[in-house]
Design a protein around this ligand. Structure first.
Ligand code: HEC
Ligand code: HEC
Length: 230
């Protein structure tokens, strides 16, 4: 068991150093190997729930693994600097554990654009759950949603990048309402933009296409945003 894990770690290390020049050439990040030999081995079967929650050693390993692999996009100490969602807001429950695991394994790739690289084959299961254990310690409860539209926005994943009043990865919804207040075609334009994604109106960071959300929900959300997100 242990020998296997060491091999995997070594392979990841080698892959990291072999791939780094290439990765740099493409402007990608270089994944860093994580030493998980001090953690209880988890075997090959994927866990649906963080097996290390609260384990001090996992938190220690996870802190450095996070700093090496995630902080450049998700921010030091998990305080988002605005290019990737704030991971302190992830709920602590089994459903979110599964979402977290799969987000890290698969990355975030849509229509060929890599918003976040996949870590499958780079981070071991042990490393992924160690990072999750660290993030648990940084957890911050977001303010309770003020109304049913905010609930819909949260469910539709909009609030991982947007907030009503403050700028996150994307503009504050109040800013959007102000910017397009005089534009009669704003709702139609914004619907097209949110479905297709894209950058340029607020900065260089693109919004991913949100076409997984039902069009009727997107329409309702945009109406709500344009009305000041109240
Ligand atoms: C190159 C930048 C980059 C790196 C490195 C990166 N991420 Fe991400 N991550 C993103 C972006 C951008 C998104 C949002 C993309 C989207 O929604 O399509 C994201 C989304 C996520 C999500 C989903 C968050 C949500 O609220 O829906 C999780 C979980 C996550 N990342 C965890 C990690 C972890 C853990 C690491 C390190 C092992 C990591 N990421 C490394 C850029 C990055
Ligand atoms: C991964 C981060 C992310 C997610 C998730 C996200 N957005 Fe955005 N959003 C952005 C960014 C970044 C911009 C700024 C794009 C630009 O500069 O043109 C933006 C811009 C917008 C705008 C203004 C568009 C413009 O052209 O001025 C609206 C409206 C919007 N988002 C609504 C939504 C809605 C509704 C959802 C959920 C269904 C959502 N966003 C999900 C990141 C995100």
């Amino acid at each position: 068991m242990h020998a296997r894990i060491r091999t995997v770690t070594m392979l990841a290390l080698m892959a990291g150093s072999l791939l780094s020049p290439l990765a740099h050439a493409h402007g990608d990040v270089t994944p860093q190997a994580v030493d998980v030999t001090t953690l209880k081995p988890l075997g090959d079967q994927k866990r649906d729930e963080n097996p290390y929650r609260g384990d001090p050693e996992a938190i220690r390993v996870g802190t450095s693994a996070y700093n090496q692999n995630c902080a450049r996009c998700h921010g030091l100490e998990a305080i988002s600097g605005g290019i990737a969602p704030d991971l302190r807001k992830l709920d602590i429950d089994k459903e979110t554990d599964i979402y977290f695991r799969d987000s890290v394994l698969r990355g975030k790739v849509r229509n060929g654009a890599v918003y976040m690289p996949p870590f499958e084959g780079i981070l071991s299961q042990e490393a992924i759950w160690a990072i999750r254990s660290y993030l648990d310690t940084r957890h911050e409860v977001a303010a309770a949603p003020a109304n049913e539209m905010e609930v819909l926005a949260k469910k539709s994943n909009c609030l991982s990048c947007h907030a009503v009043d403050t700028r996150g990865v994307g503009p504050a919804y109040r800013e959007v309402a102000t910017k397009y207040a005089k534009d009669k075609n704003a709702e139609a334009k914004l619907l097209a933009k949110v479905k297709k994604g894209g950058a340029g109106n607020w900065g260089k960071v693109p919004m991913p296409p949100m076409n997984a959300v039902a069009e009727s929900d997107l329409k309702a959300l945009i109406k709500w945003i344009m009305a000041g997100a109240k």
